[in-house]
Write a protein that binds this ligand. Structure first.
Ligand code: KIV
Length: 262
């Protein structure tokens, strides 16, 4: 697969080709997802929940993002690798923001950062892009503001969404994630901007889609959010496989002759 870089990403929108993205948090998964042909890998701060078992994304540190990003970038030779700028992201002053984002690119070989931002954050996004740091913006539901929202809620202010996305385009973002917004609002704003929109819970009218890989694979137990489609039931398969292993070990059936050195 030819390498997917930022200009190719934008060109896909121009050609009307849908963009595929998934989260990845380690080398092995990055290789598998790339082999399957995914255009972009996001090292999301969702790793706080799906990898670390925390309540939300807020505790994830810059060091942890770099640690995971480095593994993903090593496993991805052709997919575009984007890394979340963790909370409090760009609210640490412009210089520190550039320093943090630059550390992600320098120390992980990823190609871009993702920043939860809107019209109030134009200066920070402009500063990053002027410094040569490509930015994927993240509008709509912004998980890093979970406490202000009082939980994860569909973002229903369509006008604000348009203002935010247009501001991000003007500030130099090369793409924008739209999280949990009504499909009509996402389709409308997608038609208003030249940069690709990547939806998660934002309907089919976006230029591309992203899901958390654990959700797509059906790893979590319990109810999945409405916007998720599980394409496999790996959680159940993992539990069944490990149960079989434990049974075999307990019964003396593993290791068998095939797994034993003479
Ligand atoms: O952190 C993350 O994984 C994300 C995606 C869900 C878009 O921001």
């Amino acid at each position: 697969m030819p390498a997917m870089r930022i200009p190719n990403f934008v060109a896909k929108k121009e050609r009307g080709e849908k963009i595929t993205m998934l989260t990845a948090y380690d080398y092995t998964m990055a290789r598998l997802l790339e082999t399957a042909g995914v255009d972009g890998l996001l090292v999301g701060d969702s790793l706080g929940m799906v990898v670390q078992g925390k309540e939300n994304t807020l505790p994830v540190t810059l060091e942890e993002m770099i640690y995971h990003a480095e593994m993903v970038a090593r496993g991805a030779s052709s997919s575009l690798v984007v890394v979340d700028l963790p909370f409090p992201a760009h609210y640490v002053g412009i210089e520190k923001t550039i320093e943090n984002a630059a550390r992600i690119l320098k120390e992980s070989s990823a190609q871009a950062v993702k920043v939860e931002a809107g019209a109030n954050d134009v200066k920070a996004i402009e500063a990053l892009t002027s410094a040569g740091i490509p930015v994927m913006a993240h509008c709509g539901l912004r998980p890093q503001t979970v406490h202000q929202m009082g939980g994860y809620k569909v973002h229903r202010d369509d006008k604000q969404l348009q203002v935010d996305v247009q501001a991000m385009e003007k500030a130099g973002a090369f793409a924008v994630v739209l999280e949990c917004v009504p499909a009509t609002a996402a389709a409308e704003v997608t038609s208003q901007v030249a940069i690709p929109t990547i939806g998660i819970g934002a309907g089919v009218g976006c230029d591309g889609q992203i899901l958390v890989i654990h959700d797509l694979l059906g790893v979590p137990d319990g109810n999945l959010p409405k916007h998720v489609k599980a394409y496999a039931a790996l959680g159940e398969q993992i539990v069944a496989a490990v149960r079989d292993y434990c049974t075999d070990v307990r019964n003396g059936d593993f290791p068998a002759d095939d797994q034993t050195f003479a």
